[in-house]
Design a protein around this ligand. Structure first.
Ligand code: PMP
Ligand code: GLU
Length: 390
């Protein structure tokens, strides 16, 4: 009854692990979950107020498929203010979360057999959506020795005549790696003279802790033309449930094509979310963003210190996002079994590295309170010492 395409699609492992942790918790088990890619903060009040005002004003009807003009303007202003990128409204479309932006983008650009270069460890969704759209994921493996970043040589070696697109995530989920301007420029040099597109997923932009965030499209005129910028508000202002993401591209035909697909599938995103999103983009929530960022830095520093004190584990200090990608190679080369046993024996949920295309690691989200982080890492330490003496 089901298509081969849907049968070949894997469920999102990040969602699967956090759902399992929630279920075990609901059964009354003592579970500490570090699996969710979701801030534990509430959505800022100024955003909620904008949503309430929208409801009270009756903004509860269908809107333009690509988004209300004031929202698209707010996105254009944000891209200019924060990233020095000049996009007109017809170069922008809003979607039901950045995941939806990616789905629309791949649907519009990936022909059967087209190769998409994906640096690993990668966010779980990329290869699955690429395959679903008929493309072939081509991974470039990185590890802690290169700070989980690809080199220009690796990129060059991965390119074939079938290469359609490169996906870059900065800051990265699951490693928190952030590409510097110099690193992006060096990658851009490799792409010069090709017609390879770049999908730049910048969801964690506002959660850059070290150095300066650089938007991929801002590197050069050449990069501006080939890059599709994907961003949203799920992580920066804790709006995961509201479903808001957007895509900006130089090519107005591409935006038009994704608008056509959206007009026949999901239509406009929730009208109330659109009004709320303006308040998330226009600077009204900047104090809230600063508060969350400060808290994330505190947690990151503490968690990195505690993990590196554990005999058998090591972790790099991430420059952005809210994940640690913890190296377990001294203890295990099977991250799935490691994570399952950790959950069963110690009630601690983490996501196995294999789900992100990199064996020998697990992802630990520090988007949770500091006391929980301390207790969780203590349990992980106990577990690791038990495994080592077995
Ligand atoms: N990109 C990255 C790198 C992510 O981690 C996420 C996580 N949820 C998304 C995109 C999608 O976010 P959303 O659909 O909530 O906008
Ligand atoms: N992106 C988040 C994560 O990596 C949320 C779950 C998902 O959408 O896959 O955990």
């Amino acid at each position: 009854m089901l298509t081969n395409r849907i049968n070949a699609l894997s469920e999102s492992i990040t969602i699967a692990v956090s759902t399992l942790a929630q279920e075990l918790k609901a059964e009354g088990k003592d579970i500490l979950s570090f699996s969710a890619g979701e801030p534990d903060f509430d959505t800022p009040q100024v955003i909620k107020d904008a949503a309430i005002a929208a409801i009270n004003s009756g903004f509860t009807k269908y809107t333009a498929v690509d988004g209300i003009p004031s929202l698209k303007e707010a996105i254009a202003t944000k891209l200019k203010r924060d990233n020095n990128l000049e996009y007109a409204p017809n170069q922008i479309i809003t979607n039901n979360g950045a995941k939806h932006s990616l789905f629309n983008l791949f649907s519009a650009t990936i022909e059967d057999g087209a190769e998409v270069i994906i640096p690993a460890p990668y966010w779980v969704t990329y290869p699955e959506l690429v395959k679903y759209c008929g493309g072939k994921p081509v991974t470039i493996q990185t590890d802690d020795s290169s700070g989980f970043k690809i080199t220009p040589k690796q990129l060059q070696d991965a390119i074939t005549p079938q290469t359609k697109m490169l996906i870059l995530t900065t800051p990265s989920n699951p490693t928190g790696a952030v590409y510097s301007k110099a690193e992006l420029t060096a990658l851009a040099d490799v792409l010069k003279g090709t017609d390879i597109l770049v999908a730049s997923d910048e969801m964690y932009e506002k959660l850059t802790y070290e150095g300066e965030f650089t938007a991929t499209a801002s590197i050069s005129e050449d990069m501006f033309k080939r890059t599709i910028t994907i961003n949203g508000l799920s992580k920066s202002v804790a709006m995961t449930g509201w479903r808001f993401g957007y895509m900006a591209a130089y090519d107005t035909e591409l935006i038009k094509a994704t608008k056509k697909l959206q007009s026949q599938s999901t239509s406009n995103i929730n009208s109330i979310t659109q009004y709320a999103a303006i308040a998330g983009l226009d600077g009204s929530a900047d104090d809230d963003i600063a508060m969350m960022k400060k808290e994330f830095i505190k947690r990151r520093d503490e968690a990195v210190k505690l993990f590196n004190e554990i005999d058998g584990l090591s972790v790099l200090k991430p420059d952005g996002a809210f994940y640690l990608f913890v190296n377990i190679k001294e203890v295990s080369n099977d991250s799935l079994t490691f994570s399952q046993e950790l959950l069963k024996n110690k009630g601690v949920a983490v996501v196995p590295g294999v789900g992100f295309g990199s064996e020998g690691y697990f992802r630990f989200s520090f988007a949770t309170g500091i006391a929980t982080i301390r207790e969780g890492i203590k349990r992980i330490d106990d577990f690791v010492q038990e495994v080592k003496t077995k």
